[in-house]
Design a binder for this molecule. Structure first.
Ligand SMILES: [Zn+2]
Length: 268
């Protein structure tokens, strides 16, 4: 009974998360105006606003203008309910389960926004990092782990950016040697940023939530998940800019439950 209640709570929060996903990147208020169709702007009736069921009932179309409603809405609601169900099922009914579930639901929101915009809003990202520190009684340990992962990622970002920048600079110099007149078109120095700043805050969140070891497992898993998909995209679209937060979030969720057996399997 309690599990059913928390799962429903998760679904309801997922419904609100859909509002965050749609409105925050556009800089709109998340409470006003009330839910409306993005196409025809007609305000929704209460029975159009029931998570999952309304979407099924309306067959994924607006009741007024017939515009297709994205599958994102029921999907985020289902995933959010699933997150709440699993976390509460494993950790029992307490405040920390609630905070942990909220962190994962925020990571879900960041993932969807990253998919759409290839960037994430700082306010949701910072909220997730703050909640991650509060996600278990050992605040000091959580903070330390978060800072350690964020620091490690910053250094990694610095090294990778340096390497990529130098490589690009080297290629440019070779081009200029072949055709000196090209020089006016090139910048005097090259600065390529590998990894976004937002990814480092997500790194902090994972560190605070999972601890350092399980975060390394999460990053390992996310790279494993991202590799085939990034290769596919590179071949198909000639585009290597894959949003990484969805993979990090999924890796973190798996690692939250299975870090120990995975570490044992890898013998570390
Ligand atoms: Zn409509």
């Amino acid at each position: 009974m309690e599990l059913l209640f928390t799962t429903l709570l998760g679904v309801l929060i997922g419904s609100f998360v859909n509002v965050l996903i749609v409105r925050i990147p556009k800089g709109e208020s998340v409470v006003f105006p009330p839910s409306h169709c993005p196409k025809c702007n007609t305000p929704l009736k209460w029975y159009h606003n029931i998570p999952i069921l309304s979407w099924l009932f309306l067959k994924g179309k607006c009741a007024f203008c017939g515009e297709k409603i994205s599958f994102q809405y029921p999907l985020v609601e289902i995933l959010s309910g699933f997150i709440f169900f699993l976390i509460f099922y494993v950790n029992g009914f307490n405040l920390y389960s609630l905070i942990t579930s909220l962190v994962f639901v925020l990571l879900l929101a960041l993932s969807v926004i990253d998919l759409y915009y290839k960037a994430v809003p700082d306010n949701l990202n910072l909220l997730a990092s703050l909640l991650a520190v509060l996600s278990s009684p050992s605040l000091e340990e959580n903070l330390k782990s978060g800072l350690l992962v964020a620091g490690g990622m910053s250094m990694l970002r610095f090294f990778v950016s340096y390497y990529v920048s130098k490589k690009v600079e080297f290629e440019l110099k070779k081009e200029i040697k072949k055709a000196p007149w090209l020089k006016v078109y090139f910048p005097p120095y090259v600065m390529v940023e590998a990894m976004g700043e937002g990814d480092i805050i997500v790194g902090f969140t994972l560190g605070a939530l999972l601890g350092v070891k399980a975060t390394l497992v999460a990053i390992f898993l996310s790279a494993l998940l991202a590799l085939p998909i990034s290769l596919y995209y590179k071949i198909k679209n000639n585009d290597s800019q894959l949003p990484f937060i969805p993979f990090l979030a999924l890796g973190a969720f798996i690692s939250y439950f299975f870090a120990q057996p995975i570490l044992e399997l890898l013998n570390v």
